[in-house]
Design a protein around this ligand. Sequence first.
Ligand code: SF4
Length: 166
Amino acid sequence: MGCPEEKISICRFCHAACPVTVTLENGLPTAVAGNRASPSYDGFCCTRGQAMVDLFRHPDRLLHSQRRLPDGSHEPVASDTMMDEVAERVRRIVAEHGPESVAVYFGTACGSYPLASAFASGWLLSLGSRMIFSSMTIDQPGKLIAGAMMGGWEAGPHGFPTPMSG
Ligand code: SF4
């Protein structure tokens, strides 16, 4: 039995990205708590963040890429094989229909992984497609259209430590 160790991380459950400490025993997480040493959120970690350990250990957790079979069931597939198969399909789609027949959609959970949107956008742009969509462009396009028509507040968002004055 190794000694428990603590690692600094961020919660990836939602886009708030709360700073957390993760307790590991024998390399496996046993607890998640807010990181009080971080100036952001003052050590806050909600129940969803604390439940990340249960998610990690859940018996239904998806641990492999899955290939859908003709009967609708799924089978595990090695990541290298899956990427080769997806690359071949994308190559075929682009050859037949052009690069803009390929699109990327960012849902809410995607935003919780800091590199996901940057990598996906970069990949899509290098392919020659501008078809990037998100929960914002699909569900609330008025916010983006209003910003494009009216301009935005370039000073950035309000800082956490400073109270709003009215
Ligand atoms: S701790 Fe809660 S609020 Fe913070 S990122 Fe995780 S889910 Fe979101």
